[in-house]
Design a protein. Structure first.
Ligand code: HEC
Ligand code: HEC
Ligand code: HEC
Length: 129
């Protein structure tokens, strides 16, 4: 392989890393903690591993069809909605993904964590934060 081609290839490989390095974009790779209500109602806060879901579904599935607004903490998600098949419950219904009776898989954050974005490029899933 010629030197020039090799350098070009390295540059191409670096582009995703550069793009991911811009802070606002990086947020979509992180985990989101949802705790508007959970802890007040006696449950641990919820960890939503964004990246884990993003690589499996298109943005519009959640942000248009299921109505999740693209801003942390802006969605008023109730457990009753989930059980009725809305928001997370559109998939976590024992069909597309495991059912809402698996409380601890979603309510897996440490107590006291406020709603927000946690981590950078990492998405570490249940129990990490
Ligand atoms: C698929 C993920 C998921 C599962 C599974 C799940 N929850 Fe939730 N739950 C949520 C989300 C998201 C919220 C909203 C979090 C917030 O902003 O406080 C929530 C909120 C709650 C709340 C706050 C009050 C309310 O009515 O919204 C309670 C209580 C709760 N869940 C109990 C449970 C129990 C008990 C189970 C198991 C039987 C369970 N959850 C399973 C995602 C889940
Ligand atoms: C499986 C559902 C799902 C998919 C797919 C998904 N998101 Fe999200 N997204 C969410 C949820 C849930 C939140 C948290 C909302 C909250 O805090 O109320 C969120 C939050 C966000 C936020 C605000 C938080 C942040 O990290 O800045 C942005 C921006 C965002 N999503 C962009 C995207 C983009 C772009 C895609 C596709 C490449 C995508 N999302 C795919 C469910 C999803
Ligand atoms: C568009 C469909 C869809 C929506 C909406 C959705 N999920 Fe999921 N989720 C999945 C699928 C599919 C899996 C993988 C299930 C499996 O491995 O069996 C999953 C897995 C998970 C996992 C486990 C991740 C891991 O590392 O194993 C968590 C935690 C989770 N979801 C939480 C949530 C929460 C909280 C919401 C709502 C804020 C939500 N999900 C909304 C489809 C969805």
């Amino acid at each position: 392989m010629s030197q020039v081609r090799r350098i070009l290839q390295v540059c191409l490989l670096l582009i995703p890393a550069l793009v991911a390095g811009i802070p606002p974009a990086a947020a979509e790779y992180a985990d989101v903690v949802l705790n508007r209500r959970a802890e007040k109602e006696g449950m641990r806060p919820v960890i939503f591993p964004h990246w884990f879901h993003r690589i499996r579904f298109r943005c519009k599935v959640c942000h248009q069809e299921l109505g999740f607004k693209m801003r942390v903490g802006s969605n008023d998600v109730r457990m009753s909605d989930i059980v009725e098949g809305k928001f997370c419950g559109a998939c976590h219904n024992g069909d597309v993904a495991w059912a809402p009776d698996q409380c601890d898989l979603c309510h897996s954050a440490k107590r006291g964590l406020p709603t927000g974005i946690y981590g950078g490029h990492e998405t570490l899933g249940p129990g990490r934060w």
